[in-house]
Write a protein that binds this ligand. Structure first.
Ligand SMILES: Cc1ncc(COP(=O)(O)O)c(C=O)c1O
Length: 390
């Protein structure tokens, strides 16, 4: 019996990293020592007080049932505290924050909550994969906004045709950016807010990397822009900021009417978190944050090892001030995909081809800093030796 999946599902394929995982598992099964610098999954643990809070809460007999759909009041207040501390943004914790099971979930669902078949969704290219898959699943029409080096990897808003902008329902921006590691100024955020308001577009900002910053750089929030709460939603997460990717703790913050629609959808889909995760997330956001500076410094040192090695083989990426990535050009005569495939086959180093994130990623690879220094050195040495043989 052949049963077809829904037409909506047929717009999607298994996500790139899910496929890569299986391929790497096969390589490992044959005894190959694969080094993964592809996916942005923090390799370091969260701070001890967060783990202690999880354990302590798990011992309580009454914390194993369903939790309120909006999470606990303490969690909402903790997000508000973090927004005040990091961005000087005041959020009304009862209306302007919806907890998410990781920001990926919210990114996917906000699109389902608003996009009708045929509505235009403005998406950066290259960009985080879920913006595109969510739009396809909703039957949206995608307009790709190229992120080009000559524009500092910011979308050129003036290049979006007016008739496209008029048909657009949702627009995505993401800074610090994945995969290009570019950052955006408050000025750019203000322009994007104004543009979206002029065209009645919901502006969604994905701030997943906003607390992974280097060299003293601080990343702004979109909600710092004037009148941003009229039509904007920002997605945030503890995945990268607090080394808690597996915990699935995120939030959507911003315009409360828009968030209410997301909430309606989510009440039909999920039932909040396990209480110990809620309790530990509160500690993550409200306890001493100094460890994040130390953690960022560890990433910064790894970033520098990667940069030095790339320079030594004649590749000159920009120096990222934030995110978990180095966005590196590749040598001539390769495509991003063949370069990564061959590296994986020949020396078992896994990088992400730029084209995974869209056509404008051609000519680049994304290299992640989420591995110990020794492992990163080994990976870059393998790449360097391999390059000499080409
Ligand atoms: C740009 C961006 N947004 C969102 C996410 C999703 O993060 P999470 O679902 O873990 O919060 C990621 C994860 O890699 C990302 O790179």
């Amino acid at each position: 019996m052949k049963i077809e999946p829904s037409q909506r599902l047929q717009t999607l394929q298994t996500q790139y990293f899910a496929g890569l995982e299986s391929h790497i598992a096969e390589l490992k099964a044959t005894g190959k020592q694969v080094i993964r610098l592809d996916i942005g999954s923090p390799d370091l643990p969260p701070a001890q007080p967060i783990l202690d809070a999880l354990w302590k809460s798990a011992q309580l007999p009454n914390g194993h049932g369903y939790q309120p759909h909006r999470g606990s009041q303490e969690l909402l207040s903790a997000w508000a505290t973090m927004y005040r501390r990091c961005y000087q943004v005041d959020l009304d914790s009862s209306h302007e924050i919806i907890p998410l099971l990781g920001s990926k979930e919210g990114i996917f669902h906000i699109t389902q909550a608003f996009v009708n078949p045929g509505d235009v969704v403005l998406i950066p290219n290259p960009g985080y994969l879920t913006y595109e898959s969510a739009a396809l699943f909703a039957g949206g029409k995608i307009y790709y906004m190229p992120l080009l080096k000559e524009n500092d990897y910011l979308p050129d808003l003036s290049a979006i045709p007016a008739e496209t902008a008029q048909r657009a329902k949702l627009m995505w921006i993401n800074y610090p950016n994945n995969p290009t590691a570019a950052e955006a100024s408050q000025d750019f955020f203000q322009q994007a807010v104004n543009f979206a308001r002029d065209y009645h577009i919901i502006l969604c900002h994905d701030a997943a990397y906003s607390q992974v910053t280097y060299d003293g750089y601080r990343s702004p929030s979109l909600l710092q822009a004037d009148r941003a709460t009229e039509n904007c939603i920002e997605f945030n997460t503890l995945s990268k900021s607090h080394n808690m990717a597996g915990w699935r703790v995120g939030a959507a913050v911003g315009n409360h009417t828009l968030l209410n629609h997301l909430y309606t959808l989510k009440t039909q889909l999920d039932s909040s978190h396990f209480k110990p995760i809620l309790d530990a997330a509160v500690i993550a956001m409200t306890s001493d944050q100094d460890w994040l500076l130390e953690r960022n410094f560890i990433y910064q040192k790894r970033r520098d090892i990667i940069l030095r090695s790339l320079y030594s083989i004649g590749l000159y990426p920009q120096i990222p001030k934030a995110s978990l990535y180095v966005w590196s050009p590749i040598p001539p005569n390769w495509t991003s995909e063949t370069f990564c495939q061959k590296l994986l086959e020949d020396v078992q180093v896994s990088l992400t081809p730029g084209t995974v994130f869209g056509s404008y990623g051609e000519g680049y690879v994304r290299i992640c800093v989420c591995a110990e220094e020794g492992i990163i050195r080994e990976a870059l040495q393998r790449i360097t030796d391999w390059m000499v043989r080409q």
